[in-house]
Design a protein around this ligand. Sequence first.
Ligand code: AMP
Ligand code: GLY
Length: 431
Amino acid sequence: MKVLLVGGGGREHALAWRLRQDDPTVQIFAAPGNPGIAELATCVPIGVTDVDALLRFAQEQSVDWTLVGPEAALAAGITDVFRAAGLPIFGPTRAAAQLETSKAFSKTLMVDASVPTGRAVTCTDLASAIRAIDALGAPVVIKASGLAAGKGVIVCQTMDEARAAAAAMLEENAFGDAGATILVEEFMEGEELSVFVLTDGERMIPLPAAQDHKRLLDGDRGPNTGGMGAYAPVSIVEREPGLIDDVLATVVAPTLAAMRARGTPFTGLLYAGLMLTANGPRVIEFNCRFGDPETQAVLPALSADVSLTAVMATIARGERLPDGVRLDATRAAVTTVLAASGYPERPRTGDAIDIPEPPADVLVFHAGTKRAPNGSLVTAGGRVLAVTGLGDSLDEAQRRSQEFAAAVTFDDKQFRTDIGWRELARRAGAT
Ligand code: AMP
Ligand code: GLY
């Protein structure tokens, strides 16, 4: 089997790893890939939004199907172009990807389909935004509607902060076009959960739920980032089997039905970012692709007995998913992200990286790395590596992740030492 993998981050390295686990004979091409992915795949220097070049490459190599990692490629219409050319591809069309690329679109769709989510007002001018802020009161959340690389959401503790955030987006162009439309949204309280659901547009196969850690520093302090770590599975989900069924029934199924009714069915992976509030799960946001860094924890935790690849290939070919497939976690996984000095504001690049040989039950996924002209490995982005520890318990997985995260070296490396703390706190409380 030949697969084209689009992307070059930690998520795509984990996807490449899983493709190979599921099918040791798979031939993977990655565009553009990274030095870690290069150990599993042939990397080709094509950017993720260069859809025409990607199509030509897929045709020349006669790949069996294409797996899309990042939302930017989906927003650029890669699925539409590949489907028009008759090539199987995993990921939604540009119209279906609006569930992520337009928060205004997804909010309207959720409200119309009675999907539980935070109350929000969509605004394109400051006066109406200020009226909405006054009506909702603080704390309140201001969101750029479009794609803003994870930075377009500002949780405001005061009304002044909220007015300033709205003004920055609507009048000072802080996020460009992405912030020309904003949402003023009710603040929701609770634990967050990332639920990934594979879908052919109608049938749903959930992956084990995960929790991301968005803040830079231990104790969930410091600025928001793209994600500093994740773990799976999450015991509150495992102990409450009805929770995922509830999310599928009240969130995912009505969303998929609404997308079909619009004539823009959603296929691929729907990522529901949820807040587990006192009144039940509520959608914070949808993403239209695998999460990063959750994927680096979820895929290694998955049972080796089932083929995630077979499910994704079925969806890519536009075929019906079989009933009764379950993708359960058989191990615990904790992923610790190693970030560059200066991340998230101004990550420094070019620092030499040394990665010792990982022990059993430790996986190292590359994100922002590259080979210097002399062949040595150097930092090349904000999030540099993701270190996943596996274990029969979360404690074991965390210890393995932490020990190896500490053993990797590059100058002024930043990482959290408490990934999975909510879970460990729950366990401490339970014993
Ligand atoms: P996003 O980039 O959309 O994933 O949002 C970033 C983070 O902002 C989320 O992971 C939440 O922690 C927080 N957030 C977004 N919307 C809300 C909300 N309505 N209430 C509370 N926190 C929120
Ligand atoms: N982990 C958050 C995201 O992938 O958007």
